[in-house]
Design a protein around this ligand. Structure first.
Ligand code: MLT
Length: 227
C-alpha cells in the first residue's frame, strides 16, 4: 500500500472538536473542494485505520474521512450502533447514531474544507449498515455509497427521494449474516426510493475479497462524474 499518513499527521488530530476519533486525509485533486471524499465506515471490531488502504485503492486521489464507531460492545468492540444480537438492531440507537454521524460529516466538512456534496460512504458490514441508514434517514449527507455486505438497517416511515444517489452493493452469495435475502430486500428498498442501485454478487461469505475491491473500483471509475 502507498504511504498513508499515520496518527502523527496534524490533520488527524482533531477528534475532540468533532466528537469522533477519526483519520482525515485530504483529497489529492487540485484544490480541497475539487475531489470526492470517501467516508470510510469499518465493520464490527474495527477502527479508523482499517479501511484507509481500501479507500486509497478505490480512489488514489479521494479525500479519506474515517471515524471509529463510538459504541463499545462488551466494553471493547467498536461499532457504529448498538445491536441486541447479531443482525438484530437497536433501532432507537441506530437512528440516534445515524444523525450523530451525519453531524460529524457536516462538521468535518466545515473544519477540513472538503465539499459536503461530494461525500461517498464506503462501508463494510456494520459500517455498510449505518451508511444505508444514513441514505434512508439523512440522505443529504451522501452523494452515493459503496456497501459491502449490507443488510436492511431499518425501514423508515417515509421513504426519502434518492433519485440523485448512486449506490453500489457487493454481497456474498454464501454470507450467513448479511444474507442474500437481506441484500436483495435492501436493494429493492433503495430502488423504491428511486436510487440507482448496482447489486453485484461475490462467490464468498461475509468476508471482504479482492473481487469486491475490483468491482467497487470499476463502479467508482464508471460513476465518478455523476457522484
Ligand atoms: C456485523 O457487524 O457483523 C453485521 O453488521 C451484523 C450485525 O451488526 O449484527
Amino acid at each position: 500500500m502507498m504511504g498513508i499518513p499515520t496518527s502523527s499527521s496534524p490533520a488527524t488530530n482533531k477528534s475532540n472538536q468533532l466528537g469522533f476519533t477519526h483519520r482525515y486525509i485530504p483529497s489529492l485533486d487540485a484544490g480541497d473542494r475539487a475531489g470526492l471524499t470517501l467516508l470510510l465506515l469499518h465493520g464490527t471490531g474495527g477502527n479508523e485505520d482499517d479501511l484507509l488502504p481500501l479507500g486509497r485503492e478505490l480512489d488514489p486521489n479521494a479525500g479519506l474521512l474515517s471515524p471509529r464507531g463510538k459504541i463499545l460492545e462488551g466494553g471493547r468492540i467498536p461499532r457504529f450502533f448498538r445491536r441486541l444480537a447479531e443482525g438484530v438492531f437497536d433501532i432507537e440507537d441506530l437512528k440516534f447514531r445515524t444523525h450523530e454521524l451525519a453531524g460529524f460529516v457536516e462538521k468535518a466538512s466545515g473544519m477540513y474544507g472538503f465539499d459536503a456534496h461530494k461525500v461517498i460512504a464506503v462501508g463494510y458490514s456494520n459500517g455498510a449498515n449505518i451508511a444505508a441508514s444514513m441514505l434512508l434517514l439523512k440522505p443529504q449527507t451522501l452523494s452515493g455509497a459503496i456497501l459491502f455486505r449490507a443488510m436492511v438497517p431499518l425501514v423508515p416511515d417515509n421513504l426519502p427521494d434518492l433519485s440523485d444517489k448512486r449506490i453500489f452493493m457487493s454481497s456474498g452469495l454464501r454470507d450467513p449474516i448479511a444474507t442474500r435475502q437481506e441484500a436483495e430486500t435492501l436493494s429493492e428498498l433503495l430502488k423504491q426510493a428511486h436510487a440507482v442501485v448496482d447489486l453485484q454478487w461475490q462467490n464468498s461469505g461475509h468476508e471482504l475479497t479482492q473481487d469486491d475491491v475490483h468491482a467497487a473500483k470499476q463502479w467508482l471509475v464508471l460513476n465518478k462524474k455523476q457522484l
